[in-house]
Design a protein around this ligand. Structure first.
Ligand code: UDX
Length: 432
């Protein structure tokens, strides 16, 4: 089986590499020449654990190939995955320009039967629109369009691909179902559930899954606030409700708000899709509003408790990536929180073990630190925004000695409040 993956971004590159690892012949194409050059030199354009080694292994055994030239490869592949970005437009809708330019790029090049598989997250009905576009130049019997959403988390994308909770396939006939089963044969053989449904349901399921998870995060964040107000403890509450199998124990960690390349974009897109269909998603609209408000709420908690202005407190921010395990700062809550602090006149310095370069590209004027030691030395206040192991493993006594002040705002609950108080920190965490 020979497949082509269009798009060497996060989803495309991880999927292409894992398909090669599963035994398929894979060509991964991107029109960003610099990205392909980097990959051809054996470098990966972003950080994802184990990805670089897996790419090298599959490139070395010729099962994974990178190319800038889409036309050179389209004719002799059995299936084409569309894995291009569908970023959020300023009005909150998904921007489908990369999807349609990829479809335009292939529609006159297909030879024989080819399965077109949409991996990108796209609004419900996009598969139908792709089909209509392809029909302008390809005979009906020479292609099918399938929806096959991804559920890869940054930082654990390889294992999420290799051992997913399910493979979701939205297709309209038996032939495309059979090809999808062939493509995923090695995972199906490992008892991964393969769930087939109509194409529109699969497109919807992706948005519904991410919106539901975003809702869980916002829910526990609000419960954490209420725990603080009522002197309950959110860790205990999360544990108590998580034991109920109907609720489940994951995605119940309070934090500074959800971020990343998926949740904020997919929540906004789903709200827009509902409006376009004359429908209202009051819960999901509430999730979006709650998540936006959270960043202001948590910034204000810091601002109220510190000295601002000339000779004001030096506030050291630990963590800018939207979560641990990635160098991605897209829609990271830290962006808003740091900007709020700076706008209020706070003297800020920022450190992250992986994401500082990406942060510096978008916020070049903010003072950044090269090492954790530089970040904590002389700080009056520390604000933890990402749950990196490097922060969890810090020696608390040396932290105390190196800081000038003693205030810690731990917005990932990585430390034990009793220990922190005993050591003489003025410690603020979430939900207790
Ligand atoms: C998400 C989905 O999980 C994945 O299935 C999808 O296909 C892509 O989007 P990702 O964006 O990598 O993956 O991040 P995820 O691990 O889901 O976390 C999203 C956000 O929620 C992060 O900002 C994270 O810090 C936050 N979060 C998550 C919490 O604050 N608390 C939790 O308990 C879980």
């Amino acid at each position: 089986m020979k497949i082509c993956v269009i798009g060497c971004g996060y989803v495309g590159l991880v999927s292409a590499t894992c398909f090669a690892e599963c035994g398929l012949d894979v060509i991964c194409v991107d029109n960003n020449a610099a990205k392909i050059d980097l990959l051809l030199e054996g470098q990966v354009p972003f950080y994802e654990p184990y990805l670089e080694d897996l790419i090298k292994k599959n490139v070395d055994c010729n099962s994974l190939l990178f190319s800038k030239d889409l036309n050179a490869h389209i004719a002799d592949v059995d299936a084409i995955f569309l894995a291009v970005g569908t970023p959020m437009q300023s009005d909150g809708k998904a921007d489908l320009q990369y999807i349609y330019s990829a479809v335009e790029g292939i529609r006159n090049q297909l030879k024989g039967y080819t399965l077109i598989i949409v991996k990108s997250t796209v609004p419900i009905g996009t598969g139908d629109e792709i089909e209509r576009t392809l029909l302008k130049s390809v005979a009906k019997e020479n292609f099918d369009v399938v929806s096959n959403p991804e559920f890869l988390r940054e930082g654990s994308a390889i294992s999420d691909f290799m051992t997913p909770d399910r493979i979701l396939v939205g297709c309209e006939n038996d032939n495309s179902d059979k090809i999808m089963r062939d493509i995923y044969a090695s995972l199906i053989a490992n008892n991964i559930p393969y769930i087939k449904m109509k194409r529109r349901s699969a497109e919807m399921a992706k948005y519904a899954a991410n919106s539901f998870l975003a809702m869980k995060v916002s829910f526990i964040n609000e419960i954490a606030d209420l725990c603080e107000a009522t002197n309950a403890n959110v860790k205990e509450v999360s544990k108590a409700i998580g034991y109920d199998k109907r609720i489940g124990n994951s995605f119940l960690e309070p934090g500074p708000g959800y971020g990343g390349s998926c949740f904020p974009k997919d929540v906004s897109a789903l709200i827009n899709i509902a409006h376009e269909h004359g429908s209202e998603l009051r819960i999901i609209e509430g999730v979006k509003a709650s998540n936006n408000r959270r960043k202001d709420l948590l910034s204000n908690r810091i601002i109220k408790k510190i000295k601002i202005g000339n000779n004001g407190d030096v506030v050291s921010i630990l963590g800018v990536s939207f979560k641990a395990g990635t160098d991605d700062v897209r829609e990271s809550p830290s962006l808003s929180i740091i900007s709020n602090l700076i706008d209020s006149g706070v003297n800020v310095k920022v450190y992250d073990p992986r994401a500082i370069e990406n942060y510096h590209k978008i916020m070049p004027d903010v003072r950044t630190c090269i090492t954790l030691d530089e970040a904590i030395s002389g700080a009056d206040v520390i604000v933890i925004l990402t749950e990196w192991d490097e922060f969890k493993n810090i020696s608390l006594s040396s932290l105390k000695n190196k800081m000038k002040g003693n205030k810690i705002f731990d917005y990932r609950n990585i430390f034990n409040p009793e220990t922190m108080n005993k050591l003489g920190f003025e410690y603020y965490c979430l939900g207790s």
